[in-house]
Design a protein around this ligand. Sequence first.
Ligand SMILES: C[S@@+](CC[C@H](N)C(=O)[O-])C[C@H]1O[C@@H](n2cnc3c(N)ncnc32)[C@H](O)[C@@H]1O
Length: 198
Amino acid sequence: MKLSQARRDFYRKKAKLEGYKSRAAYKLIELVKKYGLIKAGDHVIDFGCAPGGWLQVASKYVGADGKVFGFDLKSVSISLSNVLTYVLDITSPDALNFVKERLLREADVVLSDLSPNISGIWEVDHAKQIDLTLKVVEMIPHILKPGGNCLLKVFQGPNLDTVRKALNMMFEKVYLTKPSASRKESSELYFVCLSYFG
Ligand SMILES: C[S@@+](CC[C@H](N)C(=O)[O-])C[C@H]1O[C@@H](n2cnc3c(N)ncnc32)[C@H](O)[C@@H]1O
């Protein structure tokens, strides 16, 4: 068995044992521990939230005084008192209004683990994934409070710089990182963005 396969199996088994809906949960745990992205009492938006691993992790960090709002094409079955989930296509023209109407106030944190259906054609998948990410970037001024944080998945490729440039204008600190729970052979990376200028 290849090392990468063994690692994937390790996180899959760990997620099953610890009751997480996806091994993606460990990517968020690692990044929150390292960068302090989410605090107790925060309101968090999670784009591309299905099947719900990140929702479970965010729910623990925000605690009883916080709220997590999840959006995805697919419905999510999760019953946590501080988590609300909605079916939404983020590319639909009324997506921003739909999200704004569900929030109780501007969010402290925006998360995006959005990923298109993978075709296997790298250039196509990269372009589609970056388009989804840019939808989130466009929404940030309308949904994130000044001083807020953001975590965005991106697929590596030439269009990544468009995202980086936009984020550099919007946040005090921007890091590009690959958590150890992310498969080595996958082209995904994460932008960790701290302190939105507003
Ligand atoms: C890698 S999964 C997210 C895993 C999740 N973070 C977790 O912890 O369980 C990516 C998600 O992006 C969603 N997605 C893809 N395109 C979307 C779109 N246009 N609007 C909303 N969600 C979308 C998919 O349905 C999929 O559930």
